[in-house]
Design a protein around this ligand. Structure first.
Ligand code: ADP
Length: 479
């Protein structure tokens, strides 16, 4: 039985800021069900500790002069044994895991996530005083990069995998931080953790891991080139044979319109009445006009440039004039929040903007909307378009990363073949976005065709089974 240590900075439902939590909250459980002996390692953030019923102490240890405890609990809703790194820098701070209320990264992020990395490496190399050691160390994103590098210092080490959920966050710090953290001096070189005179956490994973994975085949290609590689394309190109794109799955238990506990009305592909009732209920609760003669367009996500706000904002006036209604749920950059709110204030019956993180409302928007907008500039995998497909809310996306791999454009050919599941456009400009939206709205007006598209979309299988099998293959691969 493979023993797997899966390390991440967040996992649903304990702590979530984005897609990484959805993956870390579901993949380990799927692997466990397939016979893997898995331990999930997370930082014990305050709100995480407040959200669990019980935990027990498995070990107390000191790493690089820092005392910490490992607490054990079970990831709610799963059978996954979860180890929590208990240290005041996580446990004594409320709010976002990565940044303070001012939006600035916590000043000790390098120290906090280095501690997580050190602990992962210590468990992996048998130096944490536990009677369990993994055959495979699977790390995720920059917070865990140094864990891979440190593990590779030891001869007796597990196979290592590093998954890139987004290359945009590299964990860059200055040289003083590198020195303060007392890492081996030879890590300070271009072929190791140095990145243009800075200390890069993510390079720990990218340089050293036996295998690098990322969350879609297209994104795996994009990061080997400029601009997708963001300066790391040379390194990734050199490691191309060890880089694999594996599409994320979605948790059909959590995202299922036929049984979603956040919904008042349930539905499936055979009977979409519940979807229409959800739309009316959402319109009512958000103060939108209760009209069914125009499509409701949904946006859920971080309000940042990556998500294509520069394409959406200039087009909003035209969108509402189609006519269409728009609902936006998200938080992010102040300038985007303000611009969106200004349009909503001017058109209160046609547009609602909710600046919050709200799991329940995210589900209700997925269920209520007719079209989901996701014109991202880049998108490693993207989950919301997958949720949308499952909820019969046809996604309108840009042809990048995982969006290109998961949505089939409603071209005349694809409509005739019955393979179309949404709307896809290429060049990142507002005009292209609007012409894709015009196509979508025209098709929405032809309800018989729309129903066919919805049925195809809802029949897509993006559950974890296939992707989990790919990870299992890698866990069994030679170093
Ligand atoms: P990313 O990881 O880049 O933020 P993804 O589409 O991969 O984007 O995943 C985003 C996840 O976070 C989805 O599960 C989405 O529903 C959720 N999410 C994002 N913003 C919000 C919000 N404001 N309220 C509720 N859920 C949100």
């Amino acid at each position: 039985m493979t023993r797997l240590l899966f390390v991440a900075s967040e996992a649903y439902p304990l702590i979530k800021t984005g897609g990484l939590a959805d993956i870390a909250g579901s993949l380990p459980e799927v692997l466990r069900q397939q016979g893997v002996d898995v331990r999930l390692l997370l930082p014990a953030y305050r709100q995480l500790l407040d959200g669990i019923d019980q935990s027990r102490t498995v070990a107390e240890l000191e790493l690089a002069g820092i005392s910490l405890r490992i607490l054990a609990t079970v990831l709610p809703g799963t059978g996954v044994e979860t180890w929590l790194l208990d240290h005041p820098s996580f446990a004594e701070r409320l709010g976002n895991p990565y940044h303070g209320p001012d939006g600035q990264p916590w000043p000790d992020n390098a120290d906090r996530f280095m501690l997580l990395s050190r602990l992962a490496a210590a468990i992996s190399t048998g130096e944490a005083g536990l009677d369990w050691r993994p055959d495979v160390l699977h790390c995720n994103d920059w917070h865990t990069g140094p864990a891979v590098a440190l593990t590779h210092l030891q001869e007796q080490r597990p196979l290592t995998l590093f998954t890139v959920h987004s290359l945009a966050h590299m964990g860059l710090f200055d040289r003083g931080t590198f020195e303060r953290l007392q890492l081996p001096g030879h890590f300070w070189q271009d072929s190791a953790l140095e990145f243009y005179d800075q200390f890069s956490f993510i390079k720990g994973g990218l340089v050293y891991a036996d295998y690098i994975t990322t969350v879609s085949p297209t994104y795996a290609r994009e990061i080997c080139e400029s601009p997708g590689g963001m300066g790391l394309e040379g390194l990734l190109q050199a490691r191309r044979e060890r880089l694999v794109g594996i599409l994320n799955g979605i948790d059909h238990g959590v995202w299922n319109p036929a049984a979603d506990p956040y919904l008042e009305h349930h539905y499936d592909a055979a009977n979409l009445e519940g979807k229409a009732l959800e739309k009316t209920a959402l319109q009512r609760s958000l103060g939108l006009a209760e009209l069914d003669d125009r499509p409701l367009l949904g946006i859920v996500g971080r309000l940042v440039e990556q998500k294509g706000l520069e394409l959406i904002l200039p087009a909003l006036g035209d969108i509402l004039a189609k006519p269409a209604q728009v609902v936006v749920l998200g938080t992010g950059e102040r300038r985007y929040e303000e611009q969106l709110q200004a349009v909503a204030r001017a058109h209160p019956d046609a547009m609602a903007v909710i600046l919050a993180y709200d799991e329940s409302l995210a589900h209700r928007i997925e269920a209520s909307a007719d079209i989901f907008l996701m014109p991202s500039l880049f998108e490693p995998c993207g989950l919301n378009q997958l949720y949308s497909l499952r909820y019969g809310t046809l996604p309108l996306v840009r042809a990048v990363g995982g969006l290109a791999d998961t949505v089939v454009d409603a071209t005349p050919q694809a409509l005739a073949d019955g393979t179309a599941t949404g709307f896809v456009f290429g060049p990142p400009d507002s005009g292209e976005f609007m012409s894709a939206l015009a196509r979508a709205i025209a098709l929405w007006r032809d309800q018989a065709s729309w129903r066919r598209l919805q049925a195809t979309a809802m029949a897509q299988d993006f559950s974890w089974q296939r992707s989990a099998a790919r990870y299992l293959e890698l866990y069994d691969s030679p170093r």
